[in-house]
Ligand binder design. Structure first.
Ligand code: PRX
Length: 689
């Protein structure tokens, strides 16, 4: 698509080859019999972005959202979303049972809310700015154009047998076609599962199999940091073991032609054959919108299920209030659509609010470390949302890489994905934002659907503390628990972070395994949603996230279960067992550290085996999951019941072996000194190297 003249050339081709009449009026689709609830749904930008219950102060709204959540959310849903049928009940939730249902009985279509309502009012408003890998080659797509692309993809999916409820895998980096593919699924009621295009063919296959996808949408190649990535080849390898896949739709990102097999259809050609209109499917509030795989502390990645109305409302409301978005702003979230941040703050939140959303294809250092700020200057970005890992990388370079570019358009800076350290926060705030833009550290998860704790919204000008998520969003009631499962009241306490009241954006299930959903999130602290994170509450009531409490690690903001890496390592015939822990890393936040036990026969060619292990992890999961450290040990520390004590390994790897804590439950405490010695030998070897 790009090298042949980009999105506009594609759109011109599509118009020539079909019945599309350029420039004609666009009306909301037939299913969109607007109820105009609250009489504000279509009455202009200001109304679309009006605060729910406008006129009240932030403190009043916050109080109402806790005291009378049904009133708060019911009014917000009627004000902000365009419904085909009003809902009968605001919520039907039971956190004891893990039952979450919002806006019961309501009917709507998410793509109508993200496209038709804006295209009807202002068709030429820019919906997307595709900031392609090469600086200065950006392309703009209007709401009308995005609606057209979406309808064509929706019709293409229908032609390929996709029906309401079917699953579609999307394996492509961020681009207008990828966004149209997500919305095309939403248009016809199909469920998308976007798989981050850095995952290996095995990881992709595992997700496609679990979701039983009928169709995969991909592109010939990806382009990132001046490098080409052969995505289609990865899909070819994956679908060999995926009998449910009946078609692969292949978009052309570059001129490179790839072999096309029996399952494959060139996407642009297929779109050209289809109509530019597609009646939206009328969806129930609680029908599935998408699933997104994420890592847990045990087992395989889980397909987190999000549904229609509640997710969209929460994404839209947080997008506006957390980032202080106003109509006409250019919103720059540089996340990939393969992660939840891309879903909520590149696609659904901004588009529901009629914003102009930036699609960032490149890296923070391509072609040089000024890339982000040059992009901010060129696109006049107002809100800039990135991850601490990128900031830590950039602050190593001269400040002139930032200062040479005009950043006066910036209004809000934001961070997500992992705890942001003080140095990164201060640099982002003072050097990039010149101390004049609020910097919001936003805490949330794939499971929460949108931001739950962030310094904004707050009363005008309220204090922001460095490196702290601080305040709960409307309707979010955090609770900290001690080891006995008791609530820790007051300030100056640390514990397991839970949420005590349901909110519309929260996940509904794990695809195909609702019991796992209940067990993971609602069993640990009955009546509460358990986040898996620890947090500290200050005397003033502000929250600071302290990190995961389970065996999930966070590499450059990418979530990874150590069990997944262990499973990959254990597949090697020379590895009877292994244990993986996370250790701190200056740039990436955390990296995996693998302790491996090798068969005696393999000890002689250890170096080769360790190389193979690295490759194995890259093949089974992704390159980012490959452990930075491998330490061969004779045995692992285990309890008498055979459970590996990762806590001890973590301490060894973090060089805190003098504070190992209680080791009395170990089957043989002598194992600890063996491992410490092996670690010291490893350290002195790597130091010499
Ligand atoms: O540990 C927390 C960390 O990232 C986890 C969620 O990862 P994921 O589902 O991939 O979603 C990432 C983007 C929303 C959390 O359990 N995390 C996320 N944001 C922060 C954070 N840790 C500290 N501070 C944050 N702002």
């Amino acid at each position: 698509m790009a090298s042949r003249g980009g999105i506009h050339a594609l759109l011109r081709t599509l118009r020539r080859t079909s019945s599309y009449a350029a420039g004609r009026e666009i009306r909301p689709g037939p299913a969109c019999v607007l109820l105009r609830l609250g009489a504000r749904a279509l009455s202009g930008d200001a109304a679309l972005c009006s605060r729910p219950l406008s006129g009240e102060t932030h403190a009043e709204l916050l109080e109402l959202s806790h005291r009378d959540p049904d009133r708060f959310w019911g009014r917000a849903a009627r004000d902000r979303l365009t419904w085909d049928r009003d809902f009968e009940r605001v919520q039907d939730c039971d956190l004891q049972q893990g039952r979450i249902r919002w806006f019961v009985g309501g009917k709507l279509n998410v793509s109508v809310n993200c496209l038709d309502v804006h295209a009807a009012r202002d068709p030429n408003r820019v919906a997307l700015i595709w900031e392609k890998d090469e600086p200065g080659t950006e392309e703009r797509v209007t709401y009308r154009e995005l609606l057209e692309m979406t309808c064509r993809i929706a019709n293409t999916l229908k032609t390929h047998g996709v029906r309401k409820g079917d699953r579609v895998a999307i394996y492509m980096p961020v681009s207008p076609v990828a966004v149209a593919a997500m919305l095309g699924c939403a248009r016809i009621g199909a469920v998308h599962t976007v798989v981050f295009a850095g995952f290996s063919s095995d990881a992709l296959a595992g997700r496609i199999q679990d979701a039983q996808c009928k169709v995969v949408i991909t592109c010939n190649q990806g382009v990132r940091g001046g490098r080409l990535i052969n995505l289609k080849a990865t899909v070819d390898a994956a679908v060999k073991s995926c009998p449910t896949v009946k078609s692969v739709l292949v978009a052309q990102r570059t001129n490179h032609s790839v072999p096309m097999g029996e399952l494959d259809t060139p996407l642009e050609e297929a779109m050209a054959r289809e109509s530019a209109e597609c009646p939206p499917e009328v969806m129930d509030s609680e029908d599935m919108l998408f699933m997104l795989y994420t890592s847990g502390s045990t087992g395989k990645p889980k397909g987190i299920v999000h549904t229609q109305a509640g997710y969209l409302l929460y994404a839209a409301l947080t997008h506006q209030h957390v980032f202080d978005y106003s109509a006409g702003d250019v919103f720059g979230c540089v996340a990939d659509i393969g992660w939840i941040t891309g879903h909520s703050y590149v696609v659904y939140g901004p588009l529901a609010n009629g914003a102009t959303s930036v699609l960032f294809e490149s890296t923070p250092v391509y072609p040089d470390p000024g890339r982000y700020w040059e992009t901010v200057q060129r696109l006049r970005i107002n809100q800039f949302y990135t991850a601490p890992t990128a900031i830590r990388l950039l602050l190593k370079y001269e400040e002139s890489w930032v200062k040479r570019y005009d950043r006066s358009s910036l209004k809000t800076l934001a961070s997500v994905g992992e705890p942001i350290n003080n140095e990164a926060w201060e640099w982002f705030y003072h050097v990039v934002g010149e101390g004049r833009c609020p910097l919001v550290d936003t805490w949330w998860q794939t499971e929460t659907g949108g931001v739950c704790i962030a310094p904004r919204p707050a009363e005008e000008g309220a204090e922001i503390r460095p490196a702290m998520a601080m305040r709960p969003f409307y309707g979010i009631q955090p609770a900290l628990m001690n080891e006995k499962g008791q609530i820790l009241p007051g300030g100056g306490v640390s514990g397991a972070l839970c949420v005590g009241q349901p909110w519309p954006g929260m996940a509904r299930s794990i695809f195909g395994d609702h019991q796992r959903f209940v067990d993971a999130y609602f069993k640990p602290y009955p009546g509460y949603y358990f986040t898996g994170d620890g947090a500290h509450r200050t005397e003033e009531g502000y929250y600071q996230i302290t990190g995961r409490m389970d065996d999930v690690i966070n590499i450059s903001g990418h979530r990874l279960g150590t069990a997944e890496v262990e499973d990959a390592l254990d597949e090697h015939p020379d590895v009877p067992e292994s244990a993986v822990v996370g250790v701190s890393h200056e740039l990436k936040g955390e990296v995996p550290f693998a302790f491996v036990v090798l068969k005696e026969s393999a000890e002689e060619n250890q170096e080769d085996v360790l190389k193979e292990l690295g490759q194995l992890v890259a093949t089974k999961i992704a390159k980012y999951a490959v452990p930075d450290h491998f330490l061969v040990v004779k045995r692992l520390p285990k309890t008498r019941s055979g459970k590996i004590m990762r806590r001890i390994l973590r301490k060894v790897a973090m060089e805190k072996a003098d504070g190992l804590g209680d080791t009395s439950t170990l089957d043989d405490p002598a194992v600890v000194s063996e491992i410490v010695q092996a670690y010291q030998r490893y350290k002195s070897r790597t130091a010499k190297a």
